[in-house]
Design a protein around this ligand. Structure first.
Ligand code: SF4
Ligand code: SF4
Ligand code: FES
Length: 499
């Protein structure tokens, strides 16, 4: 027997409660079959929706242990919690989709140019290769799971959400459509997306909503007159002028950045097999993190090169669609790093970009986040005892873009005297990414505040992360809320353990 917990809602009494049911365990049983068994066995009158039972109609989407999934496809497990999607609830697991359906109609989510000159005069456009950009996007089954999981929708009415962005992108890149949807995408909040990747991870049809729809649409907008936002334009200008998206502070102990300072004292004749890709934020705003990384690696017997010619990986430009100068950055970084066996990053955004975006330009480097590299190499017997309580924030571009979540936790659990406590939703976006911190700061702040509320429940000394953007954003909120917890980079913590 297994237990299934269902969050129910009685619309008459307006009462919400969780009810548990014991059902017979059947191997590989789907959630929808478990619900059917409950109805049959208990005559429970539980309301839930389904139609095709084959992952095609999208009507059975619910939350299973906090993640939106199709009940007809997901397997049931002991003690699972089934909840309705984060939409207005009608009864039990049935949600009211009418508002979203109306929005589909109001936003004219269909092609308007079927009789256009393009179709009439250029029939050769109707070829599979011309549909490549929108092919994946048209597989949507309107389940609204992505809407339910998007953290930004819960913070603003100005963002229509991933389902609609996917729809706009699908129409925009359809070769039969000659009307631009750029303006409509901006009006419906395309620059509110933090590129957290939650929609992409959630979609049962494996549509890469943020990568293939939102970023591609942002790139289209950039190529036209509407966008991007002014703060984003400044980032591009900085990269064009200096090769870096941010510059050192005037009072920095490394006025030219860490990379140049590191190379000044070194014999450049010797070449190591491992190189360190610092990234703009670590190089120019958090140079001590680079120093800690070098120190810890030296203690473990590794020496790294930090090549001088490295430039911005392009992450802030990819995320905001400003891709015209990307080929130059990719070429420079490829020439700089191509001889190395391993390239280390200590910034989730840089790592994700080098691993996921560079192959689109034909560049495949062996990139490892520092937590991947260090996992399994640390011996607590070589460390100082720290006597600290910590929790860990998963950067979106590490956990979802690179699939890294266990390695940092393994490291934290191996540091002597560190007590590791998990927060409620460690992988919930803090709001720092996708150009949102600079372009829509109120959203970055609102999401970071939620994160800090979770952190403050734990009474820990530090929240650890491996992303400079998360570090700054979470720190702003910790300070605003007078939290007793401070944010710390994993390399700073390790440096304390090894110094
Ligand atoms: S990437 Fe994140 S913020 Fe952007 S639409 Fe998807 S879920 Fe929402
Ligand atoms: S994009 Fe994916 S998750 Fe969103 S509604 Fe369509 S099928 Fe569902
Ligand atoms: S019942 Fe149709 S998708 Fe699940």
């Amino acid at each position: 027997m297994i237990t299934v917990n269902i969050k129910r809602y009685d619309p008459v009494k307006k009462h919400e409660y969780v009810e548990s049911f014991e059902i017979e365990e059947i191997e590989k049983m789907k959630v929808l079959d478990a619900l059917a068994q409950i109805n049959k066995k208990y005559d429970a009158n539980i309301a839930y929706r389904f139609s095709c039972r084959a992952g095609q109609c999208g009507s059975c989407a619910i939350k299973i242990n906090g993640e939106a999934k199709l009940a007809c496809k997901a397997e049931i497990g002991d003690n699972d919690l089934l909840e309705p999607l984060d939409l207005p609830v009608i009864k039990d697991l049935i949600v009211d989709r009418s508002e979203l359906n109306t929005k589909v109609k109001d936003l004219n989510m269909y092609m308007t140019s079927e009789d256009s000159e393009i179709v009439k005069n250029k029939p050769d456009l109707i070829k599979p290769e011309n549909y490549a950009m929108c092919d994946q996007l048209r597989g949507c089954i309107d389940c609204y799971s992505c809407i339910s999981m998007c953290p930004v929708i819960k913070k603003t009415d100005n963002f229509a959400g991933p389902f609609f962005m996917r729809g706009f992108s699908n129409i925009e890149f359809d070769p039969r459509e000659d009307e631009s949807l750029s303006e409509k995408s901006v009006e419906n909040g395309i620059y509110y997306c933090t590129s957290c990747g939650q929609c992409t991870k959630t979609c049962p049809k494996e549509i890469d909503i943020y990568g293939k729809a939102i970023e591609k649409l942002r790139a289209k907008i950039f190529s036209e007159k509407e966008g991007p936002l002014n703060p984003h334009k400044l980032i591009r200008k900085a990269v064009l002028n200096t090769g870096r998206s941010v510059q050192p502070k005037e009072d920095s102990e490394y006025p030219e950045g860490f990379v140049k300072a590191y190379n000044k004292d070194r014999d450049n004749g010797k070449k190591n097999k491992i190189a360190f890709f610092t990234g703009c934020m670590i190089d120019n705003r958090l140079p001590w993190i680079a120093e800690y990384l070098v120190n810890v690696l030296e203690k473990l017997g590794y020496e790294v090169d930090i090549p001088l010619n490295q430039v911005c990986c392009g992450s802030p430009l990819f995320r905001t669609g400003q891709i015209d100068i990307i080929p130059d950055l990719v070429k420079t970084n490829y020439e700089t790093f191509k001889e190395y066996d391993t390239i280390l990053t200590v910034c989730a955004g840089c790592g994700a970009t080098l691993k996921n975006n560079y192959p689109e330009y034909g560049v495949n480097l062996n990139v490892m986040d520092i937590s991947e590299f260090l996992d399994g190499k640390l011996d607590p017997n070589d460390m100082n005892e720290l006597n600290l309580k910590v929790t860990y924030h998963d950067p979106c571009h590490l956990v979802r873009s690179q699939g890294i979540s266990e390695q940092p936790r393994n490291i934290l659990k191996s540091i002597k005297g560190v007590e590791f406590i998990e927060m409620e939703k460690p992988d919930q976006c803090c709001g720092a990414g996708g150009g949102v911190k600079s372009g829509k700061p109120e959203i970055a702040e609102a999401l970071a505040d939620d994160k800090v509320d979770m952190i403050d429940k734990l009474n820990v000394d530090h929240v650890v992360t491996i992303c400079p953007f998360c570090e700054f954003n979470i720190n702003d909120s910790l300070v605003n809320k007078n939290s007793k917890t401070s944010v710390i980079n994993i390399m700073e913590l390790l440096n304390k353990a090894y110094e």
